[in-house]
Write a protein that binds this ligand. Sequence first.
Ligand code: GDP
Ligand code: MN
Length: 365
Amino acid sequence: MKLLEYQGKHLFERYGISIPRGRVVNSEEEIKDIPLPCVIKAQVTIGGRGKAGGIKEARSEEEARKVATDLLGKRLKGIPVRKLLVEEKVEIEREIYLSFSIDTSKRAYLLMASSLGGVDIESIPDEKIMKEWINPLIGLQPFNVRRVVERLNVTNRKEIYDIISGMYRIFRDYDCELVEINPLALTREEKLVALDSKIIVNDDALFRHPDLVEEDESIDPIEREAKQKGIAFVRLDGNIGVIANGAGLTMATLDALKNYGGDAGVFLDLGGTDDVEKVKQAFQLMKKAKPKVILLNLFGGITKCDTVAKGVELVISEEGIECPIVARIKGVNEREAREILKKAGIEAVESLQEAAMLATEFAKR
Ligand code: GDP
Ligand code: MN
């Protein structure tokens, strides 16, 4: 899970890393008593916000409100901007790059640092980036940090030493895959301030950090509901809703659609369930996602075809359905499943090709 900049900065603050004074706002009306001049930053979990127009400056409250109105209506690389971080503008003397990540090929943590931080970090030659590998069984040692600090060429050695140590503690405490500060600004007053934060927490460790999941607003509400119900539900860019059982069949279904020019907008993997109630819940979630057409692709095994058909039929008879459904049914109890679906007005086809073609046609209408 990627944390938003302000969430990462809250962690920085708790771990003794300086951040600019600032506040999160959800609307332009909340902009009052702000530090001026200020920097207004879109809170979205994409990289390169600066270059994408998600970071603006303002010298007056009026200007800040105008910028906020503009940013809050925008999408950055497709993602709607819902929150802004309004911060005092820091006068930057130099920009430093710092990060902790995991180098799986070396089975070690990797501390990277560069005195050429800033927005163009990707284009910095490799030899300008210091790398220090850390044995995860021993943990970060003072010499690791000292080696990096010595070569960073800053006078505030103690301060940067503490920042690196603090980042490492966050990295460990929160089961992170990445903790990055870019830029860490060296200000005119020779202070070190984290101007940006990028933190990725290992999804498989999220159960240990319920505090983070709670405030995660980047998850689509339907996806969150699915997560709570233990249903694998993923949003994509297209308009076809795919329900299949098992990851392999689900992927094959997406491929088959692509082959005919169709694009899935959401997919739902029933996995191995033989519970009508669970199928109902899954199908209700799919309805909420409002696809143009639903493609139901089943290969009955542990998940019996008639169980799924029953779940689908129940939802349709109880609440109706607005979009067409194309079904392809094979495997255990397929005949029973066809009968049940027929009652709900759904004619199942036999081949995946045929089903994918039909669904694509419906989606284009
Ligand atoms: P990113 O583009 O998503 O990585 O967003 P950043 O938060 O790193 O901001 C991009 C750039 O905007 C930084 O490298 C800075 O040069 C500039 N910037 C961000 N905050 C401030 C600030 O408080 N003062 C100044 N002068 N520049 C800032
Ligand atoms: Mn940045």
